[in-house]
Design a protein around this ligand. Structure first.
Ligand SMILES: Nc1nc2c(ncn2[C@@H]2O[C@H](COP(=O)(O)OP(=O)(O)O)[C@@H](O)[C@H]2O)c(=O)[nH]1
Ligand SMILES: [Mg+2]
Length: 236
């Protein structure tokens, strides 16, 4: 699997973002993609519903992308940043509290889906089993899921419960793309090492999208490219 590591200087200009590392990502976004991403996310985003069973999920005529990751990975912050809203996805101080699959309408027939976090040590086994059943059901039943963005904390890299999620996604035949979060929190050397190890863990997952994204909600790093990536997914 080839991971595209270089972001051309052109693309750095495009996004208006500073390049913090010598690699990052998505080489297939261009000026038009960035514009389209901006436009898509400038719309009024609307919370539709939160469900604890897939029986109640919105069922027809839409496309969706989904965000998943360990509790505290920075998922709510990232969704808030993407949508330029401060509290569209609750930025919880208590990891593991949000147990619902939340559906946000981004534009006509386009959903952002926020999955409950996992990996919080204090969650009892029964709760964990409930989580697994819910996400399994969701991945197997969702008809129009274009991609899952799997968020990984830049400080910690890919952990065993992330791999568990990748395996479920593999069984369901869903493509996922790694999005490293909290890039501002790590020194470049540490990030490089974490990156190398994480990429190694991805190699055996055929459903891993071969480009990764690096983001910081705090510094707004990688946000424009993620918006462009989502916009492209919806228009392809
Ligand atoms: N420094 C830094 N902190 C972040 C970033 N993203 C999230 N956080 C912090 O990490 C904690 C968990 O974030 P949250 O978005 O609630 O994570 P979630 O549990 O995955 O939804 C909060 O204290 C956030 O302020 C980031 O990019 N940089
Ligand atoms: Mg959250």
């Amino acid at each position: 699997m080839e991971i595209l590591c270089k972001l051309s200087s052109d693309q750095i200009k495009l996004t208006g973002e500073k390049q913090y590392a010598s690699f990052y990502l998505a080489n297939d976004v261009n000026r038009d993609d960035i514009k389209a991403g901006q436009k898509l996310f400038s719309k009024q985003i609307k919370f539709i519903k939160g469900v604890t069973s897939t029986t109640y999920m919105p069922s027809e005529g839409y496309n969706e992308v989904c965000f998943s990751g360990r509790s505290n990975v920075g998922k709510s912050s990232l969704i808030n940043n993407l949508t330029s809203r401060n509290s569209i996805a609750r930025t919880s101080k208590t990891p593991g509290r949000t147990r619902e699959i939340n559906f946000f309408l981004l534009d006509q027939n386009k959903f952002l889906v926020d999955l409950p976090g996992y990996g919080f040590a204090k969650v009892p086994l029964k709760e964990r089993e409930k989580w697994e059943r819910l996400v399994r059901d969701y991945f197997f039943q969702s008809q129009n899921l274009r991609r899952v963005f799997l968020l990984i904390d830049s400080r910690h890299g890919i952990k065993s419960n992330d791999i568990k999620l990748m395996e479920i996604l593999g069984e369901a035949g869903v493509t996922f793309q790694i999005v490293f979060t909290k890039f501002d929190k790590v020194k470049e050397a540490c990030f490089n090492e974490m990156f190398r190890v994480s990429i190694g863990k991805l190699a055996s997952h055929a459903n891993a999208y071969p480009e990764v994204l690096v983001t910081s909600s705090k510094k707004k790093h990688g946000i424009a490219i993620l918006r462009a990536t989502i916009s492209k997914l919806f228009s392809s």
